[in-house]
Design a protein around this ligand. Sequence first.
Ligand SMILES: [Zn+2]
Length: 451
Amino acid sequence: MEYDLILKGGTIVLDWGEVEADVAVRDGKIVSIGSDLGRGKEEIDASGLIVTPGMVDPHVHISEPGRTEWEGYITGTSAAAKGGVTSFVMMPLNQLPCTADRESLDLQLRTGEGRTKVDIALYGALTPNNLDSLEDLSYGGVVGYKAFLSSCGDRTKGDDMMNVDDYSLYRGMKTISCLGKVLALHCENAAITDGLGTEARQEGPDTLASYVASRPIFTEVEAVRRALYLAKQTGVRLHICHCSCPEAVSEVSESRFSGLDVTAETCTHYLYFTTDELDDIGNSVKCSPPIRDGKNLEGMWEKLFKGEIACVGSDHSPCTADLKEGTAFSAWGGIAGLQNSYDVLFDEAVQKRGMSLSQFVRITATNAAEIFGLKGKGRIAIGHDADFALIRPNAPYRVTEECLEYKNKLSPYIGRTVGCQIVRTIVRGRTVFSQESGVSKDFAGRFLLSK
Ligand SMILES: [Zn+2]
């Protein structure tokens, strides 16, 4: 019987290791893995290439509607396709209104429907103002919730996202626990980081180094500890977003060993940049929690290799060029990293540090798909969605402004040499990016709603 698609002769990364084999696809699903599978309407030569399920990025900000000039569905998902990201979980903030009730969720879905190149699952917000809407959001299909312990949102805009206070965090945790969904948290102590930031701005110098110093490790660890303690009281399933230091990861691990259902995430940029280079790169590398020093980076790699960090995301958080101008403290904090989080990590983890391919796939796809309940995603297996990234190893290229698909061509990775290339990205059997033809014009992506 003829298949829709056969990938031929690639190195296929499976849960337990890799094999050289063909993969056959029918109706968007993987139906066979082996040799001499027969014929396909489309056949792709994957010899010499590593075939993975692509990245399932747990942390992406698309700011449409409301701040579409920062990033839109079309540009954002094009960058994802080009970067080997086959699906991602979209954050409830930076778009206006933030995704805090059924109405804003429906608006989000209407805005993105038919305009995405890759698949998208959604977070709902947890804020002090939407405790009564959490259940509605769950029925609407969000896969989890996101809350900030650090300050967030523009207070001059009523529909921007606001960080939780301890009461709304506790109440929200109880509700989300009953709904059986996961709560993802940005953990930094708001009062201390805000206070230290004000002091540092007054005293100067206004540099990225002093910005980093105003958000010390203990402010992150304190927030993680508080979250873990409250999770223990409420039974909520917890996911700690973008851990930037091994101390935070250790807190998560200890709680998990004691029986709490909690996972840690980090981002490629915490495994790649160090404080020494920040003021040379400029504000495009400003983020929170901040980039830390080289010793910290090595500690994060150790945690990643030991399996203490479940998944790596991009925390793609772009903005317009003018918002990145000005001083370190006044510039927007967020890194545009969606297009380069996967290839940079493959280079750094697999090629430079010898991580096994199956571990690489676990931390970039399988674990995130499990945490967020994305059925059929995150692994190459019979019956799973035919999502693939084809990677050419040991093939360096230089990241340029021109190659970026973002609405705003700003990225701290510009000028860097990456030691591998994404040759093709396939979502449910459809090529959404190839090096020969670029990003596909059609919109193969859809929303992954949780029921
Ligand atoms: Zn974020």
